[in-house]
Design a protein around this ligand. Sequence first.
Ligand SMILES: C[S@@+](CC[C@H](N)C(=O)[O-])C[C@H]1O[C@@H](n2cnc3c(N)ncnc32)[C@H](O)[C@@H]1O
Length: 206
Amino acid sequence: MRSPWLDIPLGDYEGHMLLPSVGQAEMLSDQLGRIVIELDPDSVAVLGCAGGNGFHRIPPDRRIVGVDINPHYIAAAAERYAAICPRLELHTADIGSEAPSIEPVSLVFAGLLFEYVPSQSALRFVKSICRDGGTLAAVLQLPLEGAGVVSRSPFKSLESLESVIHLVSPEELEAAAARAGFQLRSRDQVCLPSGKSFAIRTFRST
Ligand SMILES: C[S@@+](CC[C@H](N)C(=O)[O-])C[C@H]1O[C@@H](n2cnc3c(N)ncnc32)[C@H](O)[C@@H]1O
């Protein structure tokens, strides 16, 4: 099945995430920035990187790897960051399939990705690009009673996500991660003014 992400213009996606009623772009960027400050990794892979949200929170001298299924998103990330981040590597790839050959990194960040890629295949991809002892940080959307899984939006192209989004509970991710060779490191949660909450889990690759 063709991913609906291939048909969502980046402007629509970013416009949606920046809506004050959504506010998720800043949250994801903040979470990436927080963990980069905590771990000070020499290399970071952002899976489902879209147009590079949060890349500016990684020191530009670090190796930064961005992966996304949508080649237009990757092209936008390149245009925005290639001149600023000399060690930037960008890949158009389906994280649900085999990993391209990417030299492993110290930190893998997956913000709102497990909602779109089956955990087992996403974790296989993560395992192949995460160093032994490296960290996986995942941000998961939690269910909110009475609200749509995809927030209401004037950007109609986002509606196509409703048929494919699948919320993964933190417990499901923890169990799948343990099976894939990741040890739980930390649990956290953030709540946005919209009322939506997000779980943050970090794991060490063992
Ligand atoms: C909810 S967005 C999160 C984007 C980003 N982390 C941010 O901060 O805005 C999900 C991203 O994952 C990408 N994506 C969805 N399915 C994918 C797949 N199978 N392989 C690679 N990327 C995928 C989408 O194109 C989109 O950019």
